[in-house]
Design a protein around this ligand. Structure first.
Ligand SMILES: [Zn+2]
Length: 100
C-alpha cells in the first residue's frame, strides 16, 4: 500500500497542489510537530490548525508555501490580508498624486 508514492521527484504536478489535501496538511503538521509556527502552542480541540499561504496564493498548497497556525495567530493573518488590500488602494491614490 504505497498510495503516496515513493520519492518520485522531478515531476511536479501543479494541479496536485491546487487543493489543501489531507496528506499536505499532515506533511505541514509533521514538520511543525503539531504546533503553531508563530507562538508554538500545541494544536488541540478548536485551537487549530489553520493554514496560512505564505505567498498569498490560495492555489499554491505546496507544503513549503504553508504555515500551520493556531486560531489566535490565524486571526492576525486574516487582518494582515485585509490590510494588504487597503494598502493596495492607497498606493493607487499615491500613484495619481505623483502622476500629477
Ligand atoms: Zn499561534
Amino acid at each position: 500500500m504505497s498510495f503516496f508514492g515513493t520519492g518520485e521527484s522531478g515531476t511536479v504536478d501543479k494541479k496536485k497542489y491546487e487543493n489543501l489535501t489531507l496528506s499536505i496538511r499532515q506533511t505541514v503538521l509533521e514538520r511543525s510537530h503539531n504546533r503553531c509556527q508563530k507562538c508554538s502552542v500545541k494544536f488541540k480541540g478548536s485551537n487549530g490548525p489553520f493554514f496560512e499561504h505564505i505567498n498569498g496564493s490560495l492555489k499554491d498548497n505546496r507544503p513549503s508555501n504553508l504555515r500551520s497556525l493556531c486560531n489566535k495567530c490565524f486571526e492576525h493573518v486574516k487582518k494582515k490580508e485585509s490590510r494588504k488590500g487597503y494598502l493596495g488602494s492607497l498606493r493607487n491614490n499615491l500613484g495619481q498624486m505623483f502622476g500629477n
